[in-house]
Design a protein around this ligand. Structure first.
Ligand code: MN
Ligand code: MN
Length: 470
């Protein structure tokens, strides 16, 4: 091999050298592949309720118990607390008292979807439909002519809770929103993309057979309601209690001839939630306690009792503080948080929205985002130099590969994350997440190596013995 020139040597020592993960670590794909088998199973849970239901038996198997106030937990003890069936906090007690701080990670398990309206069922032109109200930021035109499944919960008048999950298995029917044929779409095609399909056109086609009775007015509606009544015991009134939604009915699957990518619904933010979950399960006897959070309502602004703006999280830390006889403010000030949410991966089809020196590339590791927001860094948690130094030092020590970037070019849009809802409590917080292609589309794309490396990044922080020194 030729001897390196002085310039080459200098460049190596003082310039940043970016390699993709598989380039820098040839063995990584074996681990990433294995890791993502579990990830694909996790992705089959498509609502926040389903995720909580899915993880509870796993937690029990791994020795987690339900948190009870006043219990003296020992280092290494594992416990969890569920909030209203939708969000969950999972913890491993540290060797250090909680007054010295905990290590928090938070990801959200709600994803953009089509929620049902309170009176969803109607009949028109001898077909029955459910009316929806979209949840989160979607390009509405992407949600037509794809198979959708129905998920959620309804309460009946006689006090039963009915859980619905239909449209996913091969022996079940799926549902769909229609679109206009191109032959008659001359006017539609002239519209801006946000009006091509309007909110009130997102009606789910659910049936077309009439009830066999001349005297009945809306025969298809009655026939559909009678199927629902027979199958679930619900009546039309019961929809008023319901939380039902339609989500894409695609199964999570490998993508690409080399199978390096995952194509699935809900990877914003289940990719981060899964990485967090596995890191939490694998944490044994940590120096500092861990608090691993699945949050709800991130896609609509983190409001409500299950969103991160609710006091549930802080109350929980206050409980932990009281169990130990310390002040919650000390727990908060000494804690750090990785707000785990996806970032936009660079897409060569749309290079114009990215600034190449400060954006994230697929397969280059989880993306740290020092800040997000828009219009001159409005509405953002902007992690301090000290926090960045703290986190990056631990990544470096643990051999984690990361990248750092912004969501896209300045003034093209922007977005917020949960980070601000954590840092408001005086917890130093930084965003980190998996780069995603086609974010918020019915099928999103991630790279397996990135999902796996996010797990390693979280482990680096959970396993660290380094005290917070800022
Ligand atoms: Mn997200
Ligand atoms: Mn999102």
């Amino acid at each position: 091999m030729d001897k390196k020139t002085k310039g080459q040597e200098l460049a190596e020592s003082i310039l940043t050298d970016r390699k993709s993960l598989p380039e820098g670590n040839p063995g990584i794909m074996k681990d990433a592949d294995a890791f993502c088998e579990g990830y694909k199973r996790f992705l089959a849970n498509k609502t926040e309720r389903e995720v909580v239901e899915y993880v509870l038996p796993i937690l029990a198997e791994k020795g987690y118990t339900e948190y009870s106030r006043g219990t003296k937990y020992k280092p290494g003890d594992k416990f969890y607390k569920v909030n209203r069936d939708k969000t969950i906090l999972m913890c491993t007690m540290g060797r250090r008292p909680v007054s010295e701080g905990v290590r928090v990670t938070v990801a959200h398990t709600d994803s953009p979807r089509l929620d049902f309206k309170p009176h969803p069922l109607f009949e028109d032109a001898s077909m029955a439909f459910f009316k929806t109200h979209y949840y989160g930021g979607i390009k509405k035109y992407q949600w037509t002519t794809i198979p959708l499944s129905i998920r959620g919960v309804v309460y009946t008048k006689d006090g039963r809770k009915v859980t619905i999950r239909i449209g996913e298995n091969d022996d079940e029917p799926a549902f769909l929103i229609t679109d206009l044929l191109p032959h008659l779409a001359q006017n539609q095609m002239k519209k801006g993309a946000s009006e091509v399909v309007e909110g009130e056109q997102l009606n789910l086609l659910i049936g077309s057979l009439p009830y066999d009775d001349e005297k009945v007015k809306e025969k298809v509606k009655l026939a559909i309601m009678s199927i629902l009544h027979e199958k679930y015991g619900i009546t039309e009134d019961d929809f008023e209690t319901a939380e039902l939604c339609a989500v894409p009915a695609f199964k999570p699957r490998d993508m690409g001839l080399d199978r390096s990518l995952v194509a699935a619904y809900g990877q914003d933010d289940s990719s981060c939630a899964y990485a967090e979950f596995m890191a939490e399960l694998d944490t044994v006897d940590p120096e500092y306690g861990t608090v691993t959070i699945f949050a709800d309502k991130e896609e609509t602004g983190s409001d409500g009792v299950t969103g991160m703006r609710s006091f549930f999280f802080r109350d929980f830390l206050e409980d932990l503080a009281q169990d130990e006889g310390c002040e919650v403010r000390d727990v908060l000030r000494n804690s750090v948080c990785l707000s785990c949410d996806v970032s936009a991966g660079f897409d060569p089809a749309y290079p114009e929205v990215m600034e190449r020196n400060n954006c994230c590339f697929m397969n280059c590791g989880p993306c740290l985002a020092k800040y997000d927001g828009s219009r001159g860094k409005y509405s953002t948690n902007d992690a301090s130099a000290e926090m960045m130094n703290y986190v990056i030092t631990q990544f470096r020590d643990a051999g984690v590969t990361w990248q750092i970037g912004e969501l896209g070019k300045i003034d093209l849009g922007g977005g917020g994350t949960i980070a601000s809802e954590i840092s408001v409590h005086s917890i130093d917080t930084v965003d980190i997440g998996v780069p995603v292609l086609s974010m918020h589309a019915p099928i999103e794309v991630t790279a397996k190596a990135d999902v796996y490396m996010l797990y390693k990044a979280i482990r680096a922080v959970y396993d660290s013995r380094k005290p917070k020194d800022f």
